[in-house]
Design a protein around this ligand. Structure first.
Ligand code: ZN
Length: 173
């Protein structure tokens, strides 16, 4: 498999593509049409969190389970400001996203103007990339953490927590 251009799952065939990769539903788009991979658009991200929509395909996540992708530094707080994903959307992201699959070693150091970003993503600019984990849960609570709306599993029993960046490129239920 070409890690740069993994096969597009049929489930995601309706999403726009950029550079051979599916553009996630929460990815900001610049006025010139380019997509800002690695960033999240705050309004659609919060909409997805509130309405239990998937951050990649934008469809409602039902039935369970759902998958939260967390950086290692987020694990102790048991929450993330990125929307939950369908298992199949998380599996594609684990392979396709260069930040999550370990291809990128640092976060984007500059940010084009005019794109509203969370405080969280602004604080990470230029920092070394972190390992990511997939957390499988049956649901999540909405909380405010560091000023951002987040999905928390502090009170939810996790089904499993699995490292992504360090492990194989596959994520199976
Ligand atoms: Zn999805």
């Amino acid at each position: 498999m070409n890690a740069d251009h993994p096969p597009i799952p049929a489930w995601l065939s309706g999403r726009p593509l950029a550079g051979g990769l599916v553009v996630p539903w929460i990815t900001p788009q610049l006025p010139d049409g380019r997509h800002l991979f690695g960033s999240i658009e705050q309004t659609s991200s919060e909409h997805a969190l509130i309405h239990r929509l998937c951050g990649v395909c934008g469809r409602r996540i039902a039935p369970q389970p759902l998958v939260l992708l967390l950086r290692m530094s987020d694990i102790p707080r048991q929450c993330t400001n990125e929307p939950a994903l369908h298992p199949q959307c998380a599996a594609y992201t684990a392979v396709a996203c260069p930040m999550i699959n370990g291809t990128l070693k640092t976060y984007r150091s500059t940010q084009p103007p005019g794109v509203p970003l969370t405080e969280d993503s602004a604080a990470r600019r230029g920092s070394p990339a972190e390992p990511w984990f997939a957390v499988w849960v049956s649901d999540y609570d909405l909380v405010i953490d560091h000023g951002n709306l987040c999905a928390s599993y502090r009170r939810i029993r996790t089904r499993r927590i699995r490292p992504i960046t360090w492990s194989s490129q596959r994520l199976t239920p």
